[in-house]
Design a protein around this ligand. Sequence first.
Ligand SMILES: [Zn+2]
Length: 131
Amino acid sequence: MADIPKDPTHPKTRKYVYGKYGGRCAYCGEEISYKELVIDHFEPKNRGMKSTRNKRINDVSNLMPSCNTCNALKANLTIEQFREQIKGKVEYSFVNWPSFKVLVKYGLININPGVEIVFHYEKNQPEHGGF
Ligand SMILES: [Zn+2]
């Protein structure tokens, strides 16, 4: 995408990334408003990348629309590390959050450890830009 600036803060870039999955978070699929949009670097930007990779870190092909929750959890993780991080939250919550244990015991939350984490972008093709 030569006409899209390699700058995640540029309005043209933000609009394009926002429209990539029809106004939805590329990870959880939740609908997000343009104002809520957080731009995530699919390939994390601070992982000591080689110079050839650095050139495309801010290319729209590496920028994903994200909700604040997914972006905060993914942080500088790779996609597979992010997937493991999500799976690990169940055990973490069970061990560290007594209220979670109670919700599980009373059947308000069902734990399904076999559930495969499939991200929204893995089930949906990107659309054209948002303009
Ligand atoms: Zn999300």
